[in-house]
Design a protein around this ligand. Structure first.
Ligand code: AMP
Length: 221
């Protein structure tokens, strides 16, 4: 089984790493940020409510995100999942704990990706994301090579946009919210013996290789 959390500040590379791990390990990738952005794009009541918090760089209320994750985890499926961007606070972690114990699906590991604040500000400021395939690029560190989008018809290029909440004022607030509300989860999971730490300032491949050493092998391998 592989039941994992990717924990780390905004800009640590969780989305990039999660996308690769999902494909290689056949995991369901659950990213609350992506689910919320989809609700915003659809213009649902929940999306309109969430957008106010997201644009301000604040956390969306726990009840909303906990409900989204609970619904998806309870929906059957393989039980192999990777949570990205959730939990983001101690109450969310407690709620997750209760949900997983009700479902009889304990976590295997919480992978914490560490990156310094200066580096995060640099990364988030130049970030561009494809609306179709979800891959993220960086103006300076990882420019979009202009190749066809893997989610398109093979001829289209990626449809890049900058997230509203990647504006400099909002970035700094999101990092403070991370320090105050999410960083305590490092000790929370360390004290439960679940924490695995990786250095997020290495190359994407090196970070990936560090993470893989912490993923339990599938049964029978
Ligand atoms: P992300 O894509 O993970 O950086 O999330 C973007 C924004 O969505 C965050 O700044 C929050 O406003 C909101 N969000 C995502 N995940 C959560 C969560 N677990 N709890 C509360 N808000 C969240």
């Amino acid at each position: 089984m592989a039941r994992l959390i990717l924990l780390g500040p905004p800009g640590a590379g969780k989305g990039t790493q999660a996308e690769r791990l999902r494909a290689e390990f056949d995991l369901v990738h659950l990213a609350t940020g992506d689910l919320l952005r989809a609700a915003v794009a659809e213009g649902t009541d929940l999306g309109r409510e969430a957008k106010r918090y997201m644009d301000a760089g604040e956390l969306v209320p726990d009840a909303v995100v906990v409900g989204m994750i609970r619904e998806r985890l309870s929906g059957g499926g393989s039980g192999r999942f990777l949570l990205d961007g959730f939990p983001r606070s101690v109450p969310q972690a407690d709620a997750l704990d209760r949900t997983l114990s009700d479902l009889g699906m304990p976590l295997d590991a919480v992978i914490s990706i560490a990156v310094s604040r200066e580096e995060l500000v640099r990364r988030l400021a130049g970030r561009w994301i494809c609306r179709r395939c979800g891959r993220s690029f960086h103006e300076v560190f990882n420019p979009y090579p202009g190749t066809p989008c893997p989610s398109g018809d093979g001829t289209e290029t990626c449809d890049l946009y900058q997230r509203d909440d990647d504006r400099p004022e909002t970035v700094s607030h999101r990092l403070s919210v991370y320090e105050e509300q999410t960083a305590p989860l490092i000790d929370y999971y360390r004290s439960r013996g679940l924490l695995r730490e990786v250095d997020g300032e290495r190359t994407t491949d090196e970070v990936h290789d560090q993470i893989v050493t912490h993923i339990p092998a599938p049964p029978g391998s």
